[in-house]
Design a protein around this ligand. Sequence first.
Ligand code: MTE
Length: 320
Amino acid sequence: MLIRKPDDILPSEITSEAVWRSRRELMLRAGLVAAAAGLPGWTMRSAFAQEAGILPGKANPVLSVMDKQTSFADVTSYNNYYEFGVDKGDPAANAGKLQTSPWAVSVEGECGKPRTFSLDELLKLAPMEERVYRLRCVEGWSMVIPWVGYSLSALLKQVEPTGNAKYVEFVTAVQRENMPGVRAAILEWPYVEGLRIDEAMNPLAMLVFGVYGKVLPNQNGAPLRLAVPWKYGFKSAKSLVKIRLVEKAPVSSWMQAASQEYGFYANVNPGVPHPRWSQATERRIGEDGLFSPKRKTLMFNGYGEQVASLYQGMDLKANY
Ligand code: MTE
């Protein structure tokens, strides 16, 4: 199969923030016009997919950052979810068709008690916490997001990983009829990601079910996704269906598409540029204007205290 490298799709095809903002303003205006003209609400429904139910979590100040939070509107409308298209507005516009019920996640591989968990079981597995995390995308933008969920380790412990479980592979949903993006050969589907087992067991690695006290909107990875805040955003796989404990390092979709650009670790590292983008600075969505100076990117996205020890003695240039 012909794989289009990110080279081919970025940056020309992926909407810049400026273009996306002006499009969104147009859409909002169109919505106001529709409302004023008494047109039915469904005219805007696909653009601002699903009003979600509530999902509160107890604030976890220890694992939260104090940065100003990105608005709910930006968090839910400026997204990467290539199964729904490569434009930042595509996921919000197209993800309404994603079928999130019934949903189950199979946790299998090198473990004593492999098992399939229903979404209801997962929702009850551990107390829901709200954690405000930074998200740094390899494209150079960032957000600050109040996720709701719990540590991934709570789920992994349930299946009792064996000594051979050195890595964890995350496999996400493919719904051909509902996901226009999977008809394009941008990546090999399903979207796959991986973590080393000690990374996956770090309390910061989070299984997310909600955002801003609401059930995850589809475009953010409903009904459950990862949030791994010290790594570039692409590690945080959306709409998980399978978690495999494995002995060898999984090959992620991005590694498979362009291994010279995307490595297994993908730790946020201002000192190691991506071949096409410096990683030294970033623009915080909704805060840093196009002409204001960019802010400095922090090593491990500012989570060094919690995670630097995982990489002691490793060459982080070679292991990018
Ligand atoms: N998960 C799947 N299944 N498909 C994707 O295209 N994109 C990744 C990640 N998870 C992606 C995915 C990228 S590049 C980023 S930056 C984050 O999701 C974005 O998460 P957000 O839209 O909630 O901000």
